[in-house]
Design a protein around this ligand. Structure first.
Ligand SMILES: [Zn+2]
Length: 93
């Protein structure tokens, strides 16, 4: 039997990938929308590719908020935008 690999869909580009290559964003019980590096936080989650374009699209088009069924606050939006921008940085730079 092949080992089960969880597949998730990026809410921005709709591409499917193995769960570990996507970044989970979670809406917590307090309504804050944050990055969930563990992938295990409680709350409604959505996934985005580790690509700046997907974060930008997810936030600007409102698709991320819709996936999480919430209105993302300006503060959370700014933090998520900054997080997405990290992926454009060359790790060796
Ligand atoms: Zn994507």
């Amino acid at each position: 039997m092949p080992k089960h690999i969880p597949i998730r869909t990026c809410v921005a580009c709709r591409e499917t990938s193995a769960k570990r290559t996507l970044v989970r964003v979670v809406r917590g019980a307090d309504g804050r929308v944050t990055v969930d590096p563990t992938g295990k936080a409680n709350g409604r989650g959505a996934y985005l590719c580790a690509r700046p374009a997907c974060w930008e699209k997810g936030l600007k088009s409102g698709v991320l908020g819709r996936a999480l069924k919430t209105e993302i606050s300006e503060a959370d939006r700014a933090a998520l935008t900054a997080h997405g921008e990290q992926y454009s940085h060359d790790p060796d730079a």
